[in-house]
Write a protein that binds this ligand. Sequence first.
Ligand SMILES: [Fe+2]
Length: 473
Amino acid sequence: MEIASAPVRDGVDYSKGFETLEDETRIDSLPVEGELPPWLAGSLLRTGPAKFEVGERQMRHWFDGLAMLHRFAFADGEVSYANRFLESKAYNAARETGEITYSEFATDPCRSLFKRATTMFMPKLTDNANVNLVKLGERFVTMTETPIAVEFDPETLAAAGVAWDVPGELTTAHPHLDRATGGSLNYAAKLGPRNKYRFFLVPPEGRDPDVLAEAPVKEPAYMHSFGLTERWIVLAEFPFVVNPLRLATSGRPYIENYRWKPELGTRFTLFDRVTGEASGPFETDAVFGFHHVNAYDSGDGGVVADICTFPDAGIVEDLYLDRLRDGKPVAKPELRRFTIDPAGGGVTNELLVEDGLDLPRINYGRCNERPYRYVWGAGTDGTSYFDRIVAADLESRTTRVWSEPGSYPGEPVFVAAPGAEEENEGALLSVVLDAAAGTSYLLVLDAATLEERARARVPHHIPFSFHGQFAKV
Ligand SMILES: [Fe+2]
């Protein structure tokens, strides 16, 4: 192991991380090197794409792969592993027909001209929930950006039906916890003759959403996440936008209907969480991003929103499967701080740290909506794929880096130690591809120092995935 800020150049082929994993397994006890924190009890549940070929066809984009759920369960210093495909309608149809049947992010089913005409205005929305999962009340729910969130059993990983209704055609897989109600606060785009951005709350029990706020929009921006402060919902519109009529009629895959229009700049709109009233938009330079890291009220009426950004939407192109399998690099993300002054209307924008990181995690339970100091993410310098874990201290503006030649870590999930005093006191859990071995392991780091505590090797590879959560199950 090596802790350094030097880039890792090992030349090892990491394309295994983009290969299909067909096997579903349950392993009671993985071999563990090192020592798991004795307090670590519960499960790391993750979702991600795992099947990229259906019949003769290959999914075109990393985001298209059919979802698989993974569980690493920790108890008494041991860790078990299980994985299972999410038995979505999209997955079941692919298995039964041997064909891609639902429209994914960048892959459409093959359709005859007649079928295309009849399905144009009634697309079969996929329920291939491969992006993120959350615990809402006692329910576990996995999500993508269509309005079909899928409940599942955290023990068996079996799918258990549609979790809630979404008041729109598009949503995000990054809802926020509404601390007051324990509900799930999320975004929706309502498309139709008049398009609207919406924010809605799903209660911990039940499936009927309450619309909290909405605003009209002509060409909605691609939206992957949003920010939340104690006072505001923070909507960032990056200028990667879609004409909904084109979306309905072009016959092109979903994401290929979006256009990069940098002349629009990046536009922040703040929605009052009590009244739903919108302030803004407040404009700054054009950037693109998937992930808000955190946001908070600055005390002087301002709003701070930290976001992993890219100079443009080229990262969407970078993540087409053929490019990734060929070892083409992905753009370097920039962790940027946007400070919005709702009274004066200004937005400042600064780079927080030099190291590139995305798939960001914070000590969410303690710090979401509030001032905070630490963020962890998967890192890349833009010459390869994500090949390191970066811990950023936003107070000192410094970073620590974990890397190991041939290792390609995914999102590092922070788990707070019981009774922790410091914000960064706990463990980081990351599923890492050992490219030379062609297998994956679960890596456990000390979150404060990035020193390795333990690793637990799985006998096969785990395709690179997006997001997961740690839960006491
Ligand atoms: Fe995401």
